[in-house]
Design a protein around this ligand. Structure first.
Ligand code: 13P
Length: 254
């Protein structure tokens, strides 16, 4: 089954408008739109609209990092799925470990967000991953399949879904999962997706790896059979690193 590789940059809480424009200009200058890789940047809310305009006509797509499940109402500080679509988003990250662990998002809340996002046609990048304690106590498979099983249901549109495996211990720590670990967990995730939908759907679904992906380790990770791209934090804030990871993905996943 051939899957088009997908690289997304999660800018997290970084970049002013001036920073963002400079970064996009550098990315545009270095990036090969014919690389055969889907590319997205997931910016802070304040940058979505101007970045949507900046990316207009480019092959790089726009994503958000969070969303609320209601379409409108008295929800101070929240942003609806419709608002993201109007700002030009194609993607939204849901279930990121920082949302789960820093902001206390529950599986129940995350499940509602996934449904609401897909209802307006947003593609969801759904993040799962175990903590160091969970890994060390041998619970990795149970944790990631549990996170998937409590939010991903057969009624969802699988074509609007990407899974991102982001081990919590690898995020922002410089400790990347080895290609063996990444492959093992990605295979577990694909099996779980097959149980929820069917094996053909699982075979077509893209599963990204995230957690300290850098230009120097991307090729080895991406060479794994079940790794179909990357969700990048720190390294996506420098155009040269981001583009060099995209090239590594193009070379390894193709
Ligand atoms: P780092 O690449 O900085 O480890 O972050 C990964 C991540 O959380 C992407 O969503």
């Amino acid at each position: 089954m051939s899957r088009k590789p997908f690289v997304a940059g999660n800018w997290k809480m970084h970049n002013t408008l001036a920073d963002a424009r400079a970064l996009m200009k550098d990315i545009r200058g270095q990036y090969d739109p014919e690389s055969g890789v889907d590319v997205a940047v997931c910016t802070p809310f304040t940058l979505l609209y101007p970045m949507g305009r900046e990316l207009d006509g480019m092959t790089i797509m726009l994503g958000a990092q969070n969303v609320h499940f209601e379409s409108k109402g008295a929800f101070t500080g929240e942003i609806s799925p419709e608002m993201l679509v109007h700002a030009g988003c194609k993607y939204v990250i849901i279930g990121h470990s920082e949302r789960r662990h820093v902001f206390g998002e529950t599986d129940e809340l995350i499940a509602k967000k996934v449904i609401a996002a897909q209802k307006v046609g947003l593609s969801v990048i759904f993040c799962v991953g175990e903590t160091l304690d969970e890994r060390e106590s041998g619970r990795t498979d149970e944790i990631v399949t549990g996170q998937i099983g409590r939010a991903i249901i057969a009624d969802l549109d699988a074509s609007l879904l990407t899974i991102a495996y982001e081990p919590v211990w690898a995020i922002g720590t410089g400790k990347t999962a080895s290609p063996e670990i990444a492959q093992e967990v990605h295979a577990v995730i694909r099996r779980k997706i097959g149980e929820i939908f069917d094996p053909a759907v699982a075979g077509a679904m893209r599963i990204q790896y995230g957690g300290s992906v850098k230009p120097g380790n991307a090729a080895d990770l991406m060479a794994c059979e079940d790794v179909d791209g990357a969700l990048i934090g720190g390294a996506c804030l420098a155009a040269r690193d981001f583009v060099s990871i995209i090239s590594a993905v193009a070379g390894s996943c193709a």
